[in-house]
Every structure is written in structure tokens, then in C-alpha cells.
Design a binder for this molecule. Structure first.
Ligand code: MN
Length: 330
């Protein structure tokens, strides 16, 4: 931190957290490990300081994916608090404000603190602590926790570790810096059971998830000499495997690892009649392609190496869109 201008914002956020009494915390839709972990940890850090902190997650986000259900979420609310005007809203891990139902009432809050590590964060807060050098938002919450002089309880440590492990791809992605490893070392030294968390996150997966992965791998198609590796999960794939939408998480990472791939893409049909009809997850293998640019062209966003968008394009048209976008960057 520091060189990218995040340091003054960090100090301002620390002051706002120390001085405020009432908060409402939230994160993005379809929360991943970093979203749930950051939300749970930040809520408990603020509670440890004697603050009144509500953790808001919309009712439709429940049940959370199996692997995150063990995270201790305290002060949970599925409706925005009626006294929002007296609370400071804190958005965690949100690149855009419009990825959460809380955006609808954000203007009613006392202020909006935006804590995030997406490089394309739209800086929608009244205070923006955006640090793209952090591997995950949990790493930023961990840093703020130290700044506030709060010691991690076991529940806080576990929540932070889930964010760290999931957003770094188990310490394998390019975003994994020395600080990520120091954070892990400290949390483990403080007593969290890293192996138990690993097992919870990555082992004991439902059979339907394995079967959905098999479908995803069977449907793989490669384009432009393999530069683009894509698969498509249809409603029928979900139906016949009994999978729910969250089971597709991780499928795209298998495609990224195929030799010669520059961009891996998972296209999945939405199970509800929601529009747009399908969601696209993109991964880049190296610096040749910035997938967040492709996602933005499609109306979404994300990181350089992991991004996504929603679309009504049929699969063949979508493939042509992706091919053109990849070609444009090469
Ligand atoms: Mn994140």
C-alpha cells in the first residue's frame, strides 16, 4: 500500500470506524468466500469495539453456498434497517454499487464507506478505501482490524482466512503477495484450524457438484488454436444433475489450466426466468488479456484475471463476441 494512494484513505476510514456508533455492512450479490468472510469479520470487529453493526444480506442470497455456511455471521439482517439514516453503510468487496440491493437506499444512509480491492472499483462511496494490491478484501479488513487495535477471535480469524484462501486460489493466483502469507501465518499462529477450513471449502462437495463439473468438462470447446477455452452449462445440465447455481463455482478454473489457453470462459444459463438469461465467468492465464475489459464491454466488471458479466446473447453469438474481444487485445 501507500504508493497507490490508498494510505490516506485507510486513515480516513479508520477514523470513521472509530468515531461512528452505528453501521450497516453489506457486500455484493451472490457472495463468494471473500464477500461473506469480509462481511462477517468486519461486523465482529466493529462489535468488539462496542459498535452497533448490522450485517445485511438480502433474503434471496440464502441458503449460502454450503462451503460458507460455517462462517459465523452475527448481527445478520435480511432487510435494510429502518434507521439507516442514522447508520453509516459499509460496502465490502463491491466493485460497483449496483451489484447489491442496498444501492436502492444508499442515499438514505449517513455516509457510505467503500472497502474493496477491485482495480476497476467505481469509487461510489463518500469514503473510498480501494487497494488493488490487496489479494482480497479480507486482507484489508485484517489490516483495519489491526489499525483499530482489535484482536482476532477464532470466528474472526476463520472468516478472514476463508476470504484469503478463496480469493487467492489457495495462495496460487498472481495476487498472492508476501502480506497474504503473513496474514495466513498470523491467523494460523493465533489458532485457526487451516486444514479444517480447507476441508470445509474444498472437500465434502455434493455429488451434484461433481456431476455438474463433469458436464462442464464434457462441453468444453476451444477456439482460435485454443486461446479461448469455453464451456456452457445449460438448464438441462443443472436439472439432470440436481445442481443448484452455486455448484458451477470453480468450473472455469479447470478450463484456465488447459495448455495454450489465454482466456477461459464459463457460460451458464440462469435457472430462473431472470434476464439477462445467462452469466459468463472469465479467467485470464497471464498478462496478454485483461478479462475485466471484456466483462465491461459486456456490461459487467471484475479483476484483470477474473471477471464476469450477464448477457442475453445465445451461446454461438456469445462465442463470437468473446473471440472478437480476445482478438482486439492481442
Ligand atoms: Mn474479493
Amino acid at each position: 500500500m501507500g504508493e497507490n494512494g490508498a494510505q490516506p484513505a485507510r486513515e480516513e476510514v479508520l477514523r470513521a470506524l472509530r468515531e461512528g456508533d452505528r453501521f450497516c455492512l453489506t457486500t455484493h450479490e451472490r457472495p463468494d468466500g471473500d464477500a461473506v468472510g469480509s462481511l462477517a469479520a468486519m461486523q465482529q470487529v466493529l462489535s468488539a469495539l462496542g459498535k452497533d453493526a448490522v450485517a445485511f444480506l438480502a433474503a434471496e442470497e440464502f441458503p449460502l453456498p454450503y462451503e460458507y455456511r460455517f462462517i459465523k455471521l452475527e448481527g445478520l439482517a435480511t432487510e435494510l434497517p429502518t434507521d439507516l439514516a442514522e447508520r453509516t453503510l459499509i460496502f465490502l468487496d463491491c466493485g460497483n454499487i449496483d451489484r447489491t440491493p442496498a444501492e436502492l437506499r444508499a442515499g438514505d444512509a449517513r455516509g457510505l464507506i467503500n472497502i474493496d480491492h477491485h482495480h476497476d472499483n467505481t469509487r461510489f462511496g463518500t469514503l473510498n478505501f480501494v487497494d488493488p494490491r490487496s489479494s482480497c478484501t479480507a486482507e484489508m479488513v485484517w489490516d483495519l482490524m489491526h489499525g483499530l487495535g482489535v484482536d482476532a477471535t477464532n470466528a474472526i480469524g476463520e472468516a478472514l482466512y476463508v476470504g484469503l484462501v478463496t480469493d487467492t486460489g489457495r495462495f496460487m493466483y498472481e495476487n498472492t503477495g508476501p502480506r497474504a502469507h503473513m496474514m495466513a501465518a498470523e491467523l494460523i499462529a493465533d489458532g485457526i484450524d487451516a486444514h479444517a477450513i480447507y476441508r470445509r471449502l474444498y472437500e465434502g462437495i455434493p455429488q451434484g457438484k461433481l456431476e455438474l463439473l463433469a458436464r462442464g468438462l464434457t462441453n468444453v470447446e476451444r477456439f482460435d488454436g485454443g486461446l479461448l477455452t469455453v464451456t456452457h452449462l445449460t438448464r438441462d445440465d443443472y436439472r439432470s444433475t440436481g445442481a443448484d447455481e452455486s455448484y458451477s463455482e470453480g468450473v472455469v478454473d479447470h478450463l484456465r489450466s488447459v495448455e495454450g489457453t489465454a482466456v477461459a470462459g464459463l457460460v451458464r444459463d440462469q435457472l430462473s426466468d431472470a434476464t439477462p438469461k445467462r452469466k459468463v465467468s472469465l479467467r485470464a492465464t497471464d498478462d496478454r488479456i485483461d478479462v475485466s475489459r471484456i466483462a465491461r464491454a459486456g456490461g459487467g466488471g471484475g479483476h484483470r484475471r477474473a471477471a464476469g458479466f450477464s448477457t442475453d446473447l445465445e451461446f454461438p453469438a456469445l462465442v463470437e463476441f468473446l473471440r472478437a474481444q480476445v482478438a482486439q487485445q492481442l
